[in-house]
Design a protein around this ligand. Structure first.
Ligand SMILES: [Zn+2]
Length: 118
């Protein structure tokens, strides 16, 4: 047990708690504020959205390092430009990316045949 007062909400929290270790952030920020304010900048998860149609496909990938995450994000952006409008964009884009040790944590496909589209 190692209690501190959060610099944001001034509530005491346990710096050694599971929630704090999961949330990250600075030593003087409680996990709630880290989550709420998004102060953890070293997070290695990146949400990608194809944004096609109403229900966007979302892919969350994990990276070994921050540099890998940035490299993937850059490649992702350029891949998005070249395959604009293609259905199942994530699948096509993934094929164009290489080098970064990417592990797909989850992938949820949006429904491209949403209302209003034929
Ligand atoms: Zn707080």
């Amino acid at each position: 047990m190692n209690e501190r007062d959060c610099i944001h909400c001034e509530l005491p929290f346990d710096t050694e708690s599971y929630a704090k270790r999961r949330a990250g952030g600075k030593i003087n920020e409680c996990p709630d504020c880290v989550d709420e304010l998004g102060t953890e900048t070293a997070v290695k998860y990146l949400g990608l959205s194809t944004g096609d149609g109403k229900a966007a496909a979302l892919s969350i990938v994990a990276f070994e390092t921050e540099a890998d995450k940035r490299a993937y994000a850059d490649a992702w952006k350029s891949a998005q430009g070249s395959i604009k409008g293609a259905n199942g964009g994530l699948g096509h884009a993934t094929g164009a990316l290489n080098g970064a040790p990417v592990r797909h944590v989850s992938h949820q496909s949006g429904n491209p045949n949403s209302k209003g589209r034929s």
